[in-house]
Design a binder for this molecule. Structure first.
Ligand SMILES: Cc1cc2nc3c(=O)[nH]c(=O)nc-3n(C[C@H](O)[C@H](O)[C@H](O)COP(=O)(O)O)c2cc1C
Length: 467
């Protein structure tokens, strides 16, 4: 039987997210992003649609590559202003029972000791529904905010990330034994000091000599999400990620990336079931084709092509304001993200893109494909995409908030359920258990789990634990 398709909703603690300009649409509520009620309503809606998770993007730094200033980003509300995504999770967890939360956090600018506690806290408060989207950033503006002149080199960022993970794994997995908390009122012992271990780490980038501050949470290590597709990013994903996000305009671009990630994971003992891969997708749904097309026309009229280029310039590190709109985009390699540029240059040599095409495409949901049609047409397209690319599900970007997600919940989900391609009920348990029917804790061969601790010989360790 065909697999069930997984759904993440893709959003960010700002206006518009990946559909610049559409915050002006009369039905759009993203300008309420500073209110808790807005996020609580979204969480309830997604849980009604049995979404697996809300994936919250986050970007440190302003998009100032376009034109060399943040002016266009500020004028258009293009992912700036942007608030902290982690602050939203507790409130959304309180009004839901099952929805997972994949929160993005950039590890380049904070110490692992502090970060590990924040995630443990959220794993407790969500009862094991927290995931972490591991990112290292792509904007020099973030580095300047942190006293550096520019960000680290592309591949170096992944090396730092490896060491960061080695440290947080030790804090989450090894500092507290499962039975360390006695909470014994009669004896007056809360935790048994003999069962709480100091973590020591001396590495190139981090030194830690401390116990983890939080007691063991349901999952210990949050579900690990990641989105690098460069060769270095792919190797990182192959070792660490439980969920990988891919993004590209066509199945032809995505299918080889998915195959490459799955192949890269095999030598680490991580087979087809170890990694769930989600493809970015934007859908505009109408009950009739005509209604869907009417929505598209109204949304196109308000989508900001300049905003699309502001985003693209930030993702690629290339100032798209310097080109003529009819210029063909040519490949450039630098220290920003690699994949956004590949998508419109090398990934599909049969398809060239002008700057104008990029601007218009990215302005409606980002670089993923846009599918417009009836629930049945959209379901056909998603099924075909899964068959062609071997992904497990989708990160659904919105054009109108919450209308895009309401249409998915009310029309697309029932259609996929009728086809046996979407869950009718949530599984019980942690986010890891819901996604993998396993958990709540990570298991061997994931590098977070020390084989020597559980009596397995360390032969071919993939991790760089530098205790
Ligand atoms: C679907 C998707 C979502 C992403 N979300 C974020 C994000 O929220 N914050 C961020 O800094 N980077 C984000 N990224 C960028 C990735 O972390 C990474 O920098 C990018 O994919 C380039 O990696 P590469 O150079 O290894 O291909 C995202 C990428 C994708 C494909």
């Amino acid at each position: 039987m065909a697999r069930e398709i997984l759904f993440n909703a893709f959003a960010m603690n700002c206006v518009g997210h990946q559909s610049p300009g559409l915050w002006r649409h009369p039905d759009d509520r993203t300008t309420d992003y500073t209110s808790l009620a807005y996020w609580a309503d979204l969480a309830r809606l997604l849980e009604r649609g049995k979404f697996d998770a809300l994936f919250l993007a986050d970007v440190l730094g302003a998009y100032d590559v376009y034109g060399g200033t943040p002016d266009a980003a500020l004028r258009g509300g293009v992912q700036v202003p942007v608030n902290d995504p982690m602050m939203l999770v507790s409130a959304m967890a309180l009004v839901t029972d099952h929805l997972g939360f994949g929160v993005t956090a950039n590890l380049s600018y904070e110490p692992p000791y502090v970060f590990a506690r924040r995630l443990s806290t959220l794993d407790h408060l969500t009862k094991g529904r927290i995931g972490w989207n591991i990112v290292t950033g792509y904007l020099d503006s973030a580095a300047r905010g942190m006293g550096e002149s520019r960000q680290r080199g592309h591949d170096d960022r992944y090396d730092v990330a490896d060491e960061f993970l080695a440290v947080v794994y030790k804090l989450w997995q090894e500092s507290w034994d499962d039975d360390a908390v006695a909470a014994d009122k009669a004896r007056g012992v809360y935790a048994d000091p003999a069962l709480v271990h100091r973590v020591t780490h001396r590495g190139a980038h981090y030194d830690v000599d401390a116990i983890h501050l939080a007691e063991p949470s349901p999952q210990r290590t949050p579900v690990l999400f990641q989105a690098g597709s460069s060769s270095k990013g792919r190797d990182f994903a192959a070792r660490h990620a439980e969920c990988v996000f891919v993004s590209g305009p066509s199945a032809k671009v995505i299918a080889p990336r998915v195959a490459a990630i799955r192949a890269a994971a095999l030598p680490y003992g991580r087979g087809r079931e170890a990694i769930k891969i989600f493809s970015m997708m934007t859908v505009i749904i109408g009950v009739t084709e005509a209604e869907a097309q009417t929505k598209l026309v109204a949304q196109r009229a308000l989508a900001s092509p300049e905003g699309g280029l502001v985003l693209m310039s930030g993702w690629t590190g290339v100032d798209f304001s310097q080109f003529d709109l009819d210029d063909e985009v040519r490949h450039v390699e630098n220290d920003a993200g690699r994949t956004a540029m590949d998508n419109i240059t090398r990934a599909d040599p049969g398809r060239t893109w002008t700057v104008r095409e990029v601007a218009q495409h990215v302005a409606l949901g980002g670089i993923g494909p846009l599918i417009v049609g009836t629930p049945s047409q959209v379901a056909d397209a998603l099924e075909a995409w899964v068959d062609e690319t071997d992904v497990d599900g989708f990160n659904l970007a919105f054009t109108i908030m919450p209308g895009s997600f309401a249409d998915i919940v009310d029309y697309l989900v029932p259609e996929l359920q009728r086809r046996g391609r979407y869950k009718r009920a949530y599984r019980e348990g942690s986010l890891r258990h819901k996604l993998f029917q396993d958990g709540p804790r990570l298991k061997v061969p994931h590098p977070a789990v020390r084989r020597d601790k559980i009596g397995i010989k360390q032969e071919q360790d993939a991790e760089t634990v530098t205790a």
